[in-house]
Design a protein. Sequence first.
Length: 680
Amino acid sequence: METDVFVGRQAELADICGLLGRARHVTLTGAAGAGKTRLAMRLAEPLERESPGYVRIVDVSETPDDLLALTETVAGAIGAHQRPGRPVERVVAELSANPGLVVLDGCDRVAHTAGVLVDHLLREVEGLHVLATSRQRLGFPHEHVYPIGGLSTADAVDLLVMLAGDRLAGTDPAEICRRLDNLPLAIELAAETPDPAGADLFAGPSDPFRDCPRPGGGPGPSGCASPRMFPRRYASLCGALGMSYELCDPEERLVWARMSVFSECFDAEAAQSVCSVGDLSAGQVLDALNGLTDRSVLTREGGPRGARYRLLGVVRGFGAARLAELGETCQGRRRHRDFFFGLAARAAQGWKDDQLTWYRRLAPDLANLRQAVEYCYDRPEDRRQGLELVSFLWFLWICCGNHTVGYSLLQRGLELEREPGTERNKALWVYAWMAIQRGDVEDAERALAECDTGVPGWDSTAYVSHFHAHLAMARGDLTEAMRFIKDARMRHRSAGDVFPGFLPTYVVVATALMLADRHEEAVSVLHEGRDLCASCGDYWTLARLDLLLAQAEHLLGNTPAAAAAARESMRGARLFGDDVCLIEGIETFGVIAEGDGNDALAIRLLGAAAVARGGAGLPPCRAPILAGLLEGSEERLRGRTDEKEYDRLLEPGQTNGLGDAVEHALQGVAESEPEDEYDD
């Protein structure tokens, strides 16, 4: 066997070797171009070197789906034609004399027939092992399936650089590989083009048989003459994916085309809504999803809310081309938009009663929601609907760590749709809140100035007062802040707007009291707000109030209570992926650690928070209380620690991700805490 370019897959090779040691049959499954054949060849090479004749490789990719024809192909490949008897008897006799390992490569067209033959051979031939490659399982008892995905990012980049070399100058190899789903075939094809970054891998005919080897057309997988990464059957992705498409039944092909409108992943509810139109029922769509998963076109992923389906980018691109051929592209994108608009509207209403459920429902569909908004923005007649959709999702942008995406979508929508109206007014409300979170006072003031409190259908007066209170506090005008927040609270109560209206006002009131050095009153107000949040199920605001409570208790010198409140804040914020609250929680922990004399922990946490803030794309500005606490802690830390030691302590925090920093903060500060009212 000839050794050629091979990158990565060490973990897969070890897993498959171990599996073959425990089981007599393994099938490697995976999408077209994942490298199943080359991986099987790589695994067989050392076995053949150690024991010549132990491995027999049979290419069945061109064999008709007929048991006799398949048996004849196997008999010819292993040299059993000279033995007497029927083909299957000859195969059994030859393998019984030398069982070893049979590699059945390319079982895609003959999967079930191959399953029947393999089942028979394993029962008749003691000591025989079979390794098969197929886009779907062979489907017989005791089959062990091992799915093959794309390469790791590092290995994919290594392969691309190895094959493309200088033609990658000025490009981002990792981004190219990501676009190609890290699939070895796609990377190899791109590397052969003059411009790997802009290669059109779907160019050329989509005839699924165009690139397949013909009988007598050159050496097969066991004798590949060209030094490629693996012996490949296809000269284009259209050829590789066309084979998968040809193997699907009509309903599966139609669902493949229609589901190409999704971005990244989706669930069965979305697929049934978007794909079941006219000639397809919802039940047929569900059956097709199962079939496409079995054929490695889709990947099914488990989750707390059930299965989700993931479509590789290259598979999506092939499906999109088929959808265009059907003339359904516009209709499909519109159905996609309508489903996610309806989902967002339901979520906006349901968030008030069940925050965590709706966060978990929508977070995996962020890419689809963004796509639906952008679809509206691209059509002048739908731009108001786009603004309405992005406003429905205010909690995803403000509460759930998606600030950059939300801010960008709001900015674009407000620039495109300048006519006054309810949709624009709501979008300005969300935009002003986000600008306040980002510390952009001028941007927030401009948005509030544009808010028209007289627009029919939605009165924003209470929110305008609420946000003006934030801005007055940022300017240091506590009297004005309290005047605005009293007006906002009165209006929120009158309207029965508990959340997002009344409950977040506790943040303003408590902050104003703390800025006025009335810390004990602030603690009392915060406990009142916490109790009300808990009774209403507003866990997001509860986490924000816990953060302020930690700062207030720290200012009062109550270190155990401060640490406990900070811990609760971070636990709550982590439920929603609220990176602003998490980062400020890390900073607060750092302040508490510094005040408690744990300088090493404090420096590490502050370093981690600084890196996390930059990584999340957040501006350096902070809430006024925290800003003052941080300034004092950092000044004292630098005064007590020489520069070299400070940098040494800072480094571990700077190399951690946000999740690691949160865990370290929770464990590091909690180690010496007594049990208290905040503990589970």
